[in-house]
Design a protein around this ligand. Structure first.
Ligand code: BDR
Ligand code: CA
Length: 314
């Protein structure tokens, strides 16, 4: 079997971020989590850094290194999403405050040092929130770009357009300048936009499968889902809610569950109306150079089977 892929998870937990972290920690044969870097996004940084550790402790993984990063976007005021995720970002089950420490080093320094010290092309960056930490790392140390194996990120949309504005998805909208820098960095990029995550929908049987595991982790996943589903069910009139961020980790384990196109993606930063829009050349109508694989579809049953099987191991 191939060696486990080394990853850094950059994240703003967030219930769906939490499920993504659990999926990674439950998959040691395929994935080695070198560290988790928190960024401001769904809620402010002090909460995302706390939530990342709550999730590691829930999984019994107090050994995972968690770092705090940027507390605000590169040039804009922080926009948060308590209306979706609750005031802590992880509303739902009552979970204990973490006792494991936050690492002293800044998340951006950890990303830079790791990419410089690990062999070239062996570290994958998994981004589940605004791209501020990644952009700061690339700005501080442009030499890391050619050392990155892959960037896999949740963000953007083409057919689904937007969720935080009519034109923009939340992670890209919060820090469009950071997104622009990451999409221009030259590393291989795979994107999980709303076009695919809106097909990774929870349903009652899928949530029941988590609840019926009878484990603290299974119960927590079901209760997180119960909490954040209320918002999307009402908004989209769907039977469940999209599990956005776990798509990033699932793609590392089972890329065969996903399909997309290698296209050019540019980020709109200037227009007040469409700021944060991911302008994806899905139909190939420009001669712009492709820079990202933009995923459009997934096998939702296969995705939830994977999630359930893996989460049951924790
Ligand atoms: C993204 O925004 C956040 O609210 C979720 O955690 C996900 O990363 C979806 O637009
Ligand atoms: Ca997120």
């Amino acid at each position: 079997m191939a060696a486990a892929r080394k990853i850094i998870i950059d994240t703003d937990p967030g219930q769906d971020d939490a499920v993504a972290i659990l999926l990674a920690l439950a998959s040691p044969d395929e994935i080695e989590v070198l560290g988790i870097t928190a960024v401001a996004g769904n809620v402010p940084l002090n909460l995302t850094a706390t939530n990342a550790r709550i999730v590691c402790e829930l999984a019994g993984r107090t050994d995972v290194k968690v770092f705090a990063g940027a507390d605000r976007p590169l040039v804009r005021a922080l926009r948060t999403a308590e209306h979706v995720h609750g005031d802590t970002g992880l509303n739902g089950p009552a979970l204990p405050s973490p006792t494991m420490p936050l690492q002293d080093r800044h998340a951006v320094d950890f990303i830079v040092d790791t990419l410089r010290h690990e062999p070239v092309g062996t570290v994958t960056l998994c981004a589940l929130g605004p791209l501020t930490n990644l952009a700061l790392a690339l700005e501080q140390a442009p030499d890391i770009a050619p050392r990155i194996d892959h960037v896999v990120l949740m963000g953007g949309a083409y057919f689904e357009v937007g969720n935080i504005t009519p034109a923009a998805e939340f992670n890209i909208y919060v820090d469009p300048e950071a997104a622009r820098a990451v999409f221009a960095c030259g590393a291989p990029i795979t994107v999980m936009p709303l076009d695919v995550t809106h097909k990774a929908l929870t349903t009652e049987p899928r949530v029941t499968a988590f609840r019926d595991m009878g484990t603290p982790v299974g119960r927590a996943v079901a209760e997180w889902t119960d909490f954040f589903e209320r918002f999307d069910k009402e908004k989209y009139a769907t039977p469940g809610a999209p599990l956005h961020d776990p798509c990033v980790i699932a793609w590392l384990i089972r890329p065969d569950l996903f399909s997309g196109r290698f296209v050019n993606v540019e980020i709109e930063c200037d227009s007040d109306l469409t700021r944060g829009m991911t302008v994806a050349d899905w139909w190939g109508v420009t001669d712009r150079t492709p820079n990202a694989t933009f995923i459009g579809d997934l096998d939702a049953d296969g995705f939830f089977d994977l999630l359930t099987t893996r989460i049951a191991r924790l």
